[in-house]
Design a protein around this ligand. Structure first.
Ligand code: GTP
Ligand code: MG
Length: 393
């Protein structure tokens, strides 16, 4: 296998010491990790793949993960009818024991053929901290079918081009470049937002960062490009574990510490009626206006009698994923909000609380059962870190 040439600061050690496991037995579910930076489209793609697999009669479950609790992603998956387990309070690597327990539990209760797992979008180094420990200590639990990292198409040709991902300097550059170089399979997402020339440009940019990776392009919205991903996910093979790019955990911790995470949920009661689509847009526009370029990913999920509406704002762009059967006003709805921004947690907490209050004032609604928490993620301390290249743990 050729040695990759990752960017400076994300040096990859020698490749080629991985082993290829034998073809799987059919009892173990296929485990697929879908990584990538915040807002790159992991949950949307996971839902799309999950629904596609389910329509082909392939039982699928998902595992979501976050630094906090009350996750839009988990609620969204369950609303869409997918069996979903959630690992809150830290990434898969720091909560490896919980990850193994959930894998085991979901296998016992749902018996899926495929498990799609979404790590926290600010997490990296999964080859060393999740895949290798799984293959060494828990290989009977699941077959490691794929490790795929997503990169946001519009960000690749915009924000990422303006960053130094080829020679990362800032903590966030190091984190994003490492995520890209840690996986052998990369996806340029959201191609429906790009022209064919821009898609080619995004692929070329990614190729420059990870010359030997397999790269596909797709839109979880239009479905274009999904088929190669279905093949990656349904393979009978087990992945070949590769060496891990170097990573300075002080820099990694600094990248995490730059971001504030807010997770909250509430019940909104609106005697005069609340239009969920309007309320969602209001909240997202509010987040965009308040945080500007510091908003990394804002997510809103409303659940009401007509179904659920999940929407997000990434890179200043609002995307709406709706399962609503009607936009008629409702008198009660459950609201979940997750915000990741380069801002102090206290500021995010106060701002979101105010935006919810302002929304309620406008429509004569009231808020009850409001639970909210804002944090700065702690330093990543993986339970295992096993780098095949140097044998360290
Ligand atoms: N147009 C378009 N929008 C997309 C696509 N995939 C995702 N989005 C939008 O991008 C935003 C982020 O998508 P998510 O799937 O929540 O991203 P994520 O990677 O799971 O984000 P985190 O959980 O915060 O790490 C949402 O508003 C989606 O609607 C796509 O293929 N096309
Ligand atoms: Mg997600």
């Amino acid at each position: 296998m050729p040695t990759r040439s990752p960017p400076r600061g994300v040096r990859s050690a020698r490749a080629g010491q991985g082993r290829t496991a034998p073809m799987s037995d059919t009892n173990r579910p296929a485990l697929v990790l879908l990584g990538g930076f915040l807002g790159s489209g992991k949950t949307t793609l996971m839902m799309r793949i999950g629904e596609e697999l389910s329509s082909r009669g392939i039982a699928t479950a998902v595992i979501t993960n976050d630094q906090g609790e009350n996750l839009v992603d988990t609620a969204h998956a369950r609303e869409r009818g997918l069996a979903a387990a959630e690992i809150p309070g830290g990434c898969f690597c720091c909560k490896f024991g919980d990850f193994v327990t959930h894998l085991s539990e979901i296998r016992r209760t749902v018996a899926p053929r495929v498990i799609l797992a979404e790590p926290v979008g600010s997490c990296t180094d999964l080859t060393a901290t999740v895949l290798t420990p799984l293959s060494l200590y828990h290989s009977g639990l699941a077959r490691l079918a794929a490790y795929i990292v997503l990169a946001d198409g519009p960000r690749l040709i915009g924000e990422y081009r303006r960053m130094n991902l080829g020679a990362p300097v800032t903590p966030r550059e190091v984190l994003i470049a490492h995520q890209i170089c840690d996986a052998r399979r990369l996806v340029v997402t959201k191609t429906d937002l790009l022209t064919p020339e821009e898609v080619a440009d995004a692929v070329g940019f990614l190729r420059g960062l990870s010359p030997d990776a397999q790269i596909v392009t797709c839109s979880a919205v239009s479905g274009e490009g999904i088929e190669p991903l279905i093949e990656w996910v349904t393979t009978d093979d087990e992945i070949e574990l590769s060496d891990s790019p170097d990573l300075d955990y002080d820099v990694y911790a600094a990248a995490e510490a730059e971001m504030g995470w807010y997770n909250g949920r509430a019940t909104i009661t609106a005697p005069a009626g609340l239009r969920i689509d309007d309320a969602t847009t209001d909240l997202l526009l509010g987040l965009k206006a308040e945080f500007g370029a510091n908003l990394i990913h804002g997510k809103v999920l409303f659940v009401c009698e007509y179904g659920s509406l999940k929407a997000g704002v990434v890179d200043g762009r609002i995307g709406i994923d709706s399962g609503l059967s009607s936009t008629n006003p409702v008198t009660e709805a459950g609201l979940t909000v997750n915000v990741r921004a380069a801002a102090a947690p206290r500021e995010i907490d106060a701002t979101v609380g105010r935006l919810i209050d302002e929304l309620c004032d406008r429509v004569g609604a009231s808020v009850s059962d409001y639970m909210h928490r804002a944090i700065v993620p702690g330093r990543p301390v993986p339970q295992h870190r096993i780098r095949r290249n140097d044998g360290s743990t």
